[in-house]
Design a binder for this molecule. Structure first.
Ligand SMILES: [Fe+2]
Length: 252
């Protein structure tokens, strides 16, 4: 991971989204009951997954040193190259030969969530695979600042002001006890800040994720050690990808 990854073509995520949406429609008509239920549960989820099996690790949308100094290339090498890859590899082993083998990642997450304790290992790995791809896209070099247009208006309507939103998001990220995530989501007409523990994701709670920040220690410890609040503040001010959030908001 010392060599920077080539920037991913701008159309790659759109192409994956198209494939995932297309697959959702095709599978909903013919798949097993668990899969049909999963497809129905996530009709508007942001699709960050793939073409059919095996699931592949999506390319980073930037070079591995592009988020430095907030997130170093060394952190990326472990977080993306080891942790994210391991979630994906584990999930691939679990879905191999099952009726989920050709599902989209969103469908696997939904089916595993519906499967309860028996599917907890599959849920943990599939949800983490989805959460991490969403996280990489929630960050961008030269990010931060302030959103525009409809997204800014909705933030101001839901939180009072953009600064109030920043305070609430930072508080969620700082106070999530142990491992987890802070999210900006759309829940009905309102935008909300929520936090989830471990692999939990708003995808399975009827909310549309717009942005996320990973607050597992593996996301920041090499760069910030125990100073999670400093990582959170720097990521909000310098890395948040508001164009990605606006695109997610605009999806039906
Ligand atoms: Fe992570």
């Amino acid at each position: 991971m010392n060599e920077p990854n080539p920037p991913r073509p701008a159309s790659a995520l759109d192409r994956r989204s198209f494939l995932a949406v297309t697959a959702t429609g095709a599978l909903a008509a013919a798949a097993a009951p668990a899969l049909r239920a999963a497809a129905a549960a996530v009709p508007t989820a942001p699709a960050v997954a793939r073409a059919p099996a095996p699931f592949e690790l999506p390319a980073l949308p930037y070079a591995d040193n592009a988020l430095d100094p907030v997130i170093s290339a060394q952190t990326i090498s472990f977080h993306y190259g080891k942790h994210h890859r391991a979630y994906l590899d584990n999930m691939n082993k679990m879905v191999a030969g099952s009726d989920l083998e050709k599902a989209t990642l969103e469908q696997v997450v939904a089916a595993a969530a519906a499967g309860g304790a028996d599917k907890s290992a599959l849920f943990n790995n599939a949800a983490q695979a989805w959460n991490h791809t969403f996280y990489w896209n929630s960050l961008t070099p030269g990010g931060g600042g302030k959103p525009e247009g409809e997204l800014l208006a909705k933030l101001e309507a839901s939180f009072g002001s953009f600064d109030k939103w920043k305070e609430e998001f930072a508080a969620a990220a700082k106070t999530q006890f142990g491992s987890g995530w802070a999210w900006l989501v759309q829940d009905g007409a309102a935008l909300k800040v929520v936090k989830t523990a471990n692999a939990e994701t708003p995808l399975t709670k009827g909310m549309k994720p717009l942005l996320t920040l990973d607050v597992w220690e593996h996301a920041y410890y090499l760069d910030w050690q125990n100073r999670r609040p400093d990582y959170v503040a720097a990521a909000i001010d310098k890395l948040l990808n508001w164009k990605f959030a606006a695109a997610n908001l605009a999806k039906a």
